[in-house]
Design a protein around this ligand. Structure first.
Ligand code: ZN
Length: 303
């Protein structure tokens, strides 16, 4: 019996960190998915923003404070994506471990390819919610790899006993990502250079990776709703350049894009920037699987 207990104790010691699971809170489901892939059964993840919500504007629930007060690690997109809701929640959590600069705080943008960094001084007073560069950078799988490595390093730092598991899981994740990138690039290759319009400026990294040409946005500036004059400009642009596709994130009103589509013949396609946008987008891989298949289907017969 004692032998069995000892054996069981060993199994549990291998399966989970001595102090229980590493509690990871992330702003986005995408980061939670990556943390699950790397952390396996050593971590417990919770995402504040759901994939079907606008990641700039999240309703802060009281339950978030409890999650944050118990967290060992907080993963954020940074670049002010969470500025509208997260800083007061961190303060109210009274958890020193996850304050910016603390070991339990990970800004996932570090080391990633960040596009549209400002060359002049900008402020949010100008109405742009992307003041320090585009914060939707996880839509490039190359950045997903960088983020996965950062999460692995951070988990190893917080839970050194899990190093072997994190190394192994990261290697498996990267091997699968390499395979998937080949598959995705092959599917997108016939559409290299395709011109598109998007509702919000969510897709510059995706477009760079998959060689799409974003010609304009339905929002006059990131975070500013459509205006009649700008909508007319977009209609003229789509007509002049015969742009076949308008991508719309799931949390925006389809009224304006549908009207533009009806006027110009462009197809309006719901395009999901995050894991959890719909139930079948359950992890970082199925995010690209779903969007790329939807894109290819929408473009068939358009060329
Ligand atoms: Zn944005």
């Amino acid at each position: 019996m004692r032998k069995l207990a000892a054996a069981l104790a060993l199994v549990f010691a291998l399966a989970a960190p001595a102090f229980g699971k590493v509690k990871v809170v992330s702003s986005l489901q995408d980061f939670a998915s990556l943390a699950d892939a790397i952390g396996g059964n050593r971590v417990e993840t919770f995402a504040l923003a759901k994939g079907y919500q606008d990641p700039h504007f999240v309703d802060a629930k009281p339950s978030f404070i409890l999650k944050l007060s118990n967290a060992d690690l907080l993963i954020v997109a940074g670049l002010e994506l969470e500025i509208g809701y997260l800083p007061p929640l961190i303060d109210q959590s009274r958890n020193d471990k996850i304050h910016p600069g603390s070991p339990g705080y990970l800004d996932a943008s570090i080391g990633c390819d960040i596009l549209n960094r400002p060359t002049t001084q900008v402020t949010r007073a100008m109405g742009d919610v992307h003041p320090y560069g585009n914060p939707h950078y996880w839509t490039d799988p190359g950045n997903g790899r960088v983020i996965a490595r950062a999460i692995s390093a951070k988990l190893t730092q917080l839970d050194p006993g899990g190093k072997d598991a994190y190394d192994k899981n990261l290697a498996a994740f990267e091997a699968k990502l390499t395979e998937k990138e080949k598959e995705w690039s092959a599917k997108m290759a016939p559409y290299a250079g395709a011109r598109i319009v998007t509702f919000h400026d969510s897709w510059p990294n995706f477009a760079k990776h998959f060689k799409l040409d974003i010609r304009g946005h339905i929002e006059p500036k990131p975070g500013i709703p459509p205006t009649p004059s700008h909508t007319l400009e977009i209609i003229n642009l789509i007509t002049a350049e015969k742009i076949p596709l308008i991508l719309v994130e799931p949390y925006f009103d389809r009224k304006t894009p549908d009207a533009i589509g009806a006027k110009t013949g462009a197809t309006v396609l719901m395009f999901y920037p995050s894991v959890g946008g719909i139930p079948q987008i359950k992890d970082y891989f199925s995010l690209f699987d779903h969007d790329i298949d939807a894109f290819v289907n929408a473009m068939k017969g358009k060329k």
